[in-house]
Design a protein around this ligand. Structure first.
Ligand code: ADP
Ligand code: MG
Length: 701
């Protein structure tokens, strides 16, 4: 039985527009083990085409190619991959070493594809490289070797799986004459070891040392002659130790092994490292969208948390504030407008609006909260009044006369004293006391926000307590115009946190009401306070209120609600933006990976020629896109952490608090998303790589 036998082999290349090019026609030839065959012929005569058919790289032919008596056509894809891996060793004119792998890794790659043990791989490769005189080059990269050395590495790679057939397509075409002889010597040695070596050559001289010369012209064999002068060399050492029997047995009993995940990761890391600048820049690009996403989430939760905690710190657990939210025609959102032009509760002989609200609350308590026995009592409620005078400049001012320097400032918020204070709210002094007579004039008391106190130009703003100021109001209160100019004594300074930079004045409700009456008006409350028996009841009533049209909780609650509404609208917009930027990042990864596939086309061809399966190629590329995603995610997470830290420090020193809060799952989400988009982006390039035709890839420039 012949080792290799070709019967009536025809090969047509399909060209565009349905025409064909006949590259080989009726090839009939057979080869034995131990032969060193030179295939000669003009350029374009079909030599490489023949080699690719024999090597199982091209299955599109007609006729029979038999290996050890078995027709290649009967092989399934998996068997063909195996055939290339175990039976054939390829050597190319342009060496086709993988540039980003070391010499050692280039040689062992075929074993890596079979998931051979690390120690076994190393031993085999070292022995082989030593015999080829390359024992000191293991760690080098291909570019650091001379042409002859590179070709010896390629021969080592071809021999590592102990194949029966070595196919060398112009192996000396790129070498000088001295190196050519060395390489020929090696190939001869391989043949003398009992392998079949078929090499393509242009050179008569090269051909003359072989045992047989086959000449091809225009796709046909025109001459086939034995070289009678051919002498087998005497080699004491064989290049590859025979353990064929053992291998065959293993092959039968053991399941075939393939590229392990560990090796795929190692290969990917090598390649990523080889183009580290590109990969780092890409990771940076991807991380920008991740950073913006993480920061957006951190600001969202930080601000919402801050506002909510503020609102909570301002509301007592046993007091419910009820305000009117009558929507004006000009402003459907209502909030600002309502305060500027307040809608007081109607409290006339015909209608007691407050009583109606209370009755509604009590009915709801009875129906929806049977366990709560508490009922609101009309007699127990306290009135409140607030107006956002800041919306109409000049409507309300606070004037102080300090050392003859008159100063007038717009009051932003005029508020009656609410019935509760947390300790931290009162910065100095106390809540307004009774009016007293000073220099023949009745002077009431007010509390002011720290901002007002600080405007008074005192060494320490707490010194504002006890100072006399004049408040002028020229504003509509309800339906009643209010024209008022009154002296007040500052009784306390309040921390109004949420309105920190606003000028807020607190007046006692009853005193303010009396002032309005003196001016011919009637002050109607814009809110009222209910004292409850427990936090549970407070929550229940607040729940009832939120479902009651036209009424709402405290100003702070309104603010907080408005704010979270704003934030959620904002969040949607930001999420869309973050989504778009992630999409852009994904396309960027796709482009880079796609380019990487075309850059590495030759490498893919080489991998296929040494038996890589489609799945192995896919695995290598998918692993790479996974690692790129992971890397980008980590870069993004670390950078967001750093930027977040800087922002927190900055905000803390500027504002005394940082409106952003980070949770570990933001980072996990960012890394996860990065991996997902990267793997998704890598799917197409990876499958493109896997589908590349090996012959075309090897031809690729
Ligand atoms: P050689 O190796 O002897 O120089 P090849 O086997 O590479 O020649 O090519 C044989 C002929 O087939 C040439 O004329 C070449 O142009 C043609 N050929 C090779 N590959 C293709 C292909 N993929 N499509 C069309 N024609 C091809
Ligand atoms: Mg060729």
């Amino acid at each position: 039985m012949k080792e290799l036998e070709l019967n009536h082999v025809y090969k047509d290349y399909k060209l565009g527009n349905k025409s064909k090019f006949n590259a080989l026609s009726d090839i009939n030839v057979s080869f034995e083990k131990g032969e060193l065959v030179s295939i000669i012929g003009e350029s374009g005569s079909g030599k490489s085409t023949l080699m690719n058919l024999i090597g199982g790289l091209d299955s599109d032919y007609s006729g029979e190619i038999k290996i050890g008596g078995i027709d290649l056509k009967t092989f399934k894809e998996k068997q063909l991959d195996d055939y290339r891996k175990k039976k054939i060793g390829f050597v190319f004119q342009s060496f086709n070493l993988i540039p980003h792998l070391s010499i050692l890794d280039n040689v062992t790659i075929a074993l890596t594809l079979s998931n051979v043990k690390e120690s076994e791989k190393l031993e085999k490769a070292q022995t082989l490289l030593k015999k080829l005189g390359l024992e000191n080059q293991l760690k080098k990269k291909p570019t650091q070797l001379s042409g002859g050395q590179k070709q010896r590495v390629a021969i080592a790679r071809a021999l590592i799986n102990d194949p029966d057939i070595i196919l060398a397509d112009e192996p000396t075409g790129s070498l000088d004459s001295a190196t050519t002889l060395q390489i020929l010597d090696i190939l001869k040695e391989i043949a003398d070891d009992g392998k079949l070596v078929i090499m393509v050559t242009h050179s008569e001289k090269v051909a003359s040392i072989s045992s047989r010369i086959v000449e091809i012209a225009d796709g046909k064999i025109v001459q086939d002659k034995k070289n009678d002068d051919y002498k087998k060399g005497r080699h004491t050492q064989k290049l590859v130790e025979k353990d064929r029997e053992e291998n065959l047995q293993k092959g039968k009993t053991k399941k075939e092994k393939h590229l392990s995940l560990y090796s795929a990761i190692r290969l990917s890391l090598h390649n990523m490292w080889a183009s580290k600048t590109k990969n780092f820049l890409m990771a940076l690009g991807v991380s920008i969208s991740l950073i913006s996403m993480i920061l957006m989430l951190a600001f969202g939760s930080g601000l919402t948390g801050y506002i909510t905690s503020l609102a909570n710190s301002y509301s007592s657990p046993t007091i419910v504030t009820v305000s009117k939210t009558a929507v004006s025609e000009e402003n459907q959102m209502g909030f600002m407008q309502d305060l500027t032009n307040p809608q007081p509760f109607e409290n006339t002989q015909e209608k007691d609006e407050i009583l109606q609200v209370i009755n509604a609350i009590n009915t709801s308590l009875e129906e929806r909260y049977p366990s709560i026995t508490y009922r609101v009592d009309r007699q127990q409620v306290e009135y409140g009044y607030s107006v956002m005078t800041g919306m109409s400049p000049g409507a309300a001012t606070i004037n102080f006369d300090l050392d003859g320097q008159e100063s007038s400032n717009d009051i932003f918020y005029l508020y009656t004293t609410p019935p509760y204070y947390s300790d931290q709210q009162m910065l100095a002094g106390s809540i307004p006391g009774k009016p007293e007579e000073i220099e023949g004039e009745m002077v009431g008391q007010i509390m002011v926000s720290a901002k007002i106190a600080s405007l008074m130009g005192l060494d320490d703003y707490t010194q504002a307590v006890g100072k006399i100021v004049t408040i002028k109001v020229d504003h509509k209160v309800g339906q009643t115009p209010l024209d008022l100019e009154q002296k007040f004594k500052i009784s306390g300074i309040v921390d109004v946190n949420m309105f920190e930079n606003m000028l807020v004045v607190y007046v006692d409700y009853n005193y303010f009401s009396a002032l309005v009456s003196q001016n011919g008006g009637t002050l109607a409350p814009t809110s009222f306070y209910i004292h409850t028996d427990s936090e549970n009841t407070t929550n229940a009533i607040n729940n009832i209120l939120s479902g009651m049209e036209g009424y709402t909780g405290s100003v702070e609650n309104q603010m907080a609600n408005m704010f979270s509404q704003m934030m959620s609208t904002f969040s949607i917009a930001l999420t869309v933006i973050a989504g778009i930027s992630l999409l852009v990042a994904m396309i960027m990864i796709l482009v880079v990976l796609y380019m990487s596939v075309s850059e590495r086309t030759r490498e893919i061809g080489v991998l296929k020629s040494i038996g890589a399966r489609k799945r192995d190629i896919k695995k290598i590329f998918t692993t790479e896109s996974f690692l790129i995603g992971l890397f980008s995610g980590l870069v993004g997470a670390v950078l967001s952490g750093l930027i977040g830290l800087i922002l927190i420090l900055m905000f803390n020193s500027l504002l005394g608090f940082a409106p952003l809060s980070f949770h570990w799952y933001y980072f996990a989400l960012a890394i996860g998303l990065s991996v997902v988009i990267s793997v998704l982006a890598g799917l197409y390039p990876a499958s493109k790589a896997a589908k590349l035709d090996p012959v075309d890839s090897l031809r690729h420039e």
